[in-house]
Write a protein that binds this ligand. Structure first.
Ligand SMILES: Cc1ncc(COP(=O)(O)O)c(C=O)c1O
Length: 438
């Protein structure tokens, strides 16, 4: 398997211009300069083909430029592109009705639309304060919820995101995320690690730091994304739901990365048998057209006219793209995420047997993490190796992205085929072999 000479000549020219005009704050890790994409394949400006196992950071669930999504956007654009959320239009109403159908609540839902994951989190924070009349929150170490000052108060995956931005919103106390591969707390007999974390919240945070009747909500990713594709043990969410119910605290599920079919269900929290009170969605919801949604139980979205709003909420192009996306997910791609996701996890488990630096393979549907360690016993994260594998995969035609300290995430299009998984994993294993050689 021969590496591609990257970046190519055209890409180099674009990179030079990019450096002159674009904020240096974006965390780019390698120089992929896109020309176009189709399904799971993408091409750079020099004509090199890649398999995209990152889907624009878990966004293009229906694949790049799905014809049905493109057609829906085109048809809407020909009618009108914008009218503002001060008015009404059919696609916005229809999309909110569809989100009500798929929301993970037994009661009806109401939806607030915005333009990004961070905004969907901001709306959830404000709604929780407004509805409860309480001000405080609980978040989780390793969590990622965005970079605006409210969402940043919860983001705790890397300190660089916070460096020189204090004070953030404040009012957030972080608990350890229930990561049973690298636990921070000691488990008691008869408890799973998820229950341990909830006991810590109750016995430490709610006893020593935050009076429970001051706490508006717990904000949590059902599967931690940026933090390393960490899946909580089964006891976590039932215990957390019970704790929230006991104290009248709202449970907000940040499904920006894990939702919209990625894990083989509409919402990752559905794997854990509990209902949240508010769901934050974005990324995969509109196949790449910017859209955020804060979906809440009807009994909770009680704020009055003027309490929250925006110019672009219910953007017609985004609504049209989201309606087409939901249809495709329902018809085909959620089921594909279940089948092809399991196929990929099984294949990665086989690869793990051949490589002693793979400490853990974990995933649900097509949200899969491969964690690299210096030693399988100590589970010490091997960040340098992970970074080399990410670079080498790119040089051989596979787009992946790291997350957590030492994890490579697979968040491909949900339309991906088993053949594409085979092709991508062949490159991935080759990259591991090269990286392990040093
Ligand atoms: C779980 C989660 N919440 C919120 C966000 C923020 O979304 P955005 O970058 O669209 O503002 C992200 C982005 O990666 C995310 O993964």
């Amino acid at each position: 398997m021969q590496p591609i000479d990257l970046p190519g000549p055209k890409a180099k020219k674009y990179l030079e211009r990019d450096g002159k005009f674009i904020s240096p704050s974006y965390p780019r890790v390698y120089p992929f300069v896109m020309s176009h994409g189709k399904g799971t394949q993408v091409w750079d400006v020099d004509g090199n083909r890649f398999l995209d196992f990152a889907a624009g950071l878990a966004v293009t669930g229906t694949g790049h430029a799905h014809p049905k999504v493109v057609k829906a956007i085109q048809e809407q654009a020909e009618k009108f592109i914008h009218i503002s959320s001060d008015f009404y239009h059919p696609a916005w109403i229809e999309l909110s009705a569809r989100l009500n159908d798929i929301a993970p609540f037994s009661e009806d839902a109401l939806t607030f639309l915005s333009n990004s994951g961070s905004e969907s989190v901001e709306a959830a924070i404000k709604l929780a304060r407004h509805h409860t009349g309480r001000s405080q929150f609980i978040g989780f170490l390793g969590g990622f919820h965005g970079r605006t000052l409210g969402s940043l108060a919860f983001t705790a995956s890397k300190s660089v995101y916070r460096n020189r931005f204090f004070p953030t919103m404040g009012s957030v106390v972080h608990a350890p995320y229930p990561d049973s591969y690298r636990p921070l707390l000691q488990t008691r007999a008869g408890e799973d690690y998820g229950e341990t974390v909830v006991r810590y919240i109750e016995e430490q945070i709610l006893t020593r730091l935050l009076p429970p009747d001051n706490v508006a909500a717990v904000l949590v990713e059902p599967i931690q994304g940026e933090g390393g594709y960490v899946i909580p043990p089964p006891g976590f969410f039932p215990a957390l739901r019970a704790l929230c119910d006991k104290h009248g605290i709202l449970l907000i599920a940040d499904e920006v990365q894990s939702g919209m079919g990625r894990t083989g269900k509409w919402w990752a929290i559905e794997h854990f048998g509990v209902e949240p009170d508010i769901v934050c969605s974005a990324k995969g919801i509109a196949s790449g057209v910017p859209l955020g949604a804060t979906i809440a139980r009807k009994s909770i979205m009680t704020w009055p006219k003027g309490a929250h709003g925006n110019t672009y909420g219910g953007n017609p192009l985004a609504c049209a793209a989201a309606l087409a996306t939901i249809e495709l997910m329902e018809e085909e791609y959620i089921q594909n995420a279940v089948e092809v996701g399991q196929y990929a996890i099984d294949a990665l488990d086989e690869i793990k047997v051949r490589h002693s630096h793979i400490g853990d393979v974990r995933g649900l549907g097509l949200m899969i993490g491969v964690d690299f360690v210096t030693d399988q016993q100590t589970r010490q994260p091997h960040k340098a190796l992970r970074d080399r594998i990410e670079q080498l995969s790119f040089k051989h035609g596979l787009i992946t992205l790291g997350c957590g300290q030492s994890t490579i995430r697979f968040a491909p299009t949900l339309s991906i085929s088993k053949e594409e998984i085979d092709e991508g994993l062949q490159i991935f294993e080759h990259a591991i072999t090269l990286a392990e050689r040093g």
